[in-house]
Ligand binder design. Structure first.
Ligand code: SF4
Ligand code: SF4
Length: 206
């Protein structure tokens, strides 16, 4: 069997190099065609509720500090081992006080386990998706940066942050009654669609 590698061309096609002409015509058409790719960064993507972006430590409105109680659940559950917390116990009341809270964001796999297990909704993944940086240190989040991330997210959401409920802040498929109090949040209407599981609420629309 003979394999034909070269296309058959007549003399005129050979002289004019018709394939090159076709290729150039295609390129010329594309120059004036509407782009099919998103023109980032001028055009930002539409981020949906539940998107897992930059980590943040939620700032307590009353104290101005992180809500973290140093229970270490997020550290234990993190499959990437990228959360590092140091704490000490208050001599007066025995409560744990966080000394440092760091997340190596470049090692994170965005599984969302940390925010699911956090009993007080202290650590969360926000809808801030941009991670571009010029050095590795910028993507190593310390406590200050994590709180600043929350402030930036709160500013982005505006007044809506008061009622903001990210469904990934709570474990799915577990009855409401067995969730910690902070996890029993009102679920917005837009999150009761498409068979999403939130607590023990499952809605399957036909
Ligand atoms: S999202 Fe997953 S991998 Fe990332 S910090 Fe949280 S638990 Fe770790
Ligand atoms: S699970 Fe929540 S409260 Fe516990 S250490 Fe992590 S961030 Fe802090």
């Amino acid at each position: 069997m003979q394999i034909q590698y070269k296309p058959k061309r007549n003399l005129l096609q050979t002289i004019l190099h018709s394939e090159i002409m076709q290729g150039m015509a295609f390129t010329l058409r594309q120059l004036f065609a509407k782009p099919i790719t998103r023109q980032y960064p001028q055009e930002k993507p539409d981020i949906k509720l539940g998107f897992r972006g930059q980590h943040a430590l939620v700032r307590d409105k009353e104290t101005g500090q992180s809500k973290c109680v140093a229970c270490m659940r997020c550290v234990t559950v993190c499959p990437s081992r990228c959360i590092h917390i140091r704490f000490h116990e208050d001599e007066d009341n025995g409560r744990r006080v966080v000394d440092s809270y760091d997340i190596e964001a470049l090692r994170c796999v965005y599984c969302g386990f940390c925010e699911e297990v956090c009993p007080v909704n202290a650590v969360v993944l926000t809808e801030i998706f941009e991670y571009a940086a010029y050095d590795r240190e910028s993507i190593f989040f310390d406590q200050e940066r994590l709180l600043a991330n929350w402030d930036a997210f709160a500013e982005m959401k505006g007044a809506a942050i008061e009622n903001y409920v990210n469904p990934f802040w709570r474990p799915r498929g577990i009855p409401e009654s067995r969730l910690p109090a902070a996890k029993r949040l009102d679920v917005p209407e837009e999150w009761t669609i498409e068979g999403q599981v939130v607590g023990n609420l499952v809605k399957r629309e036909q």
